[in-house]
Ligand binder design. Sequence first.
Ligand code: AVI
Length: 294
Amino acid sequence: MAGLSLPQKALPPKYFYDAKGSKLFERICRLPEYYLTRAELSLTREHLSAIARFAGKGGELLEYGSGESLKTRLLIRALRPKTYLPVDISVSALGHAAARLAREFPWLRIVPVAADFSRPLDLPAAKGPRTAYFPGSTIGNLTPDEAHGFLARARTQAKRMLIGTDLRKDANVLHAAYNDARGVTAAFNLNLLARINRELGADFGLRRFAHYAFYNAPLGRIEMHLVSLEKQRVRVGAHRFAFERGESIHTENSYKYSIESWRALAANAGFNTTRCWIDRKGLFALHGLAGAGG
Ligand code: AVI
């Protein structure tokens, strides 16, 4: 309600991930235009032994926003952690991933944590050195201020971190990744309205809004919006919200960091970027962070 009452209506992207939204996101990751997942997977494969040496073997692996835990399999094989703690806001995605990993790695202790990692987390006490893994450029969905807060909190939860960030690049490549030809990203964005209709008793007409995504170069971020195609009023529970034709709800930012801008952010939060691995096409980066002095 607060977000829809702002002059620029806005909703936090974490609400995309109900069961349907999590499935749609898995489809996005397989789209030809969405290079992020493939680039991160390929750099992880290529540098796996160096990444594992940095992360440390045999400890605990904590993963934020684990989703379907695709890249994690590679890490689990290389790190052989005693415990894996996936943290995800989507209970369904968490349950499926934990069940699949339990079948694949019967020796691994899995402790799923259903939680919103953008807030302080209540985690079980660590039984060994804990490394945090935050792949997929999910940190890019936080504002730089939120990312700073997240990193500062994460520093108290793990000594070392592996964080995937999408790199700045040609705006056309970025545009295509968030405006795919099959319309899966559009369906992902619009699913937020379907979710609000279902869970909050709203009457958003899904045909009265359109997906809109563009690269905001000065701010280094993709913005996703849902644009009202007509002047209309929408009911959400007991509240009413007026939309002008062309007015939007800002549903997501996806920040793209240059290596320098990332290093500055991490350093402000008390981390040194001690390692950085990049895929061969220069699309995506995985940063190895250690607490200053650690
Ligand atoms: C989860 N996150 C990193 C995705 C991204 O690219 O910002 C979410 C997404 N939004 C549209 N497509 C994918």
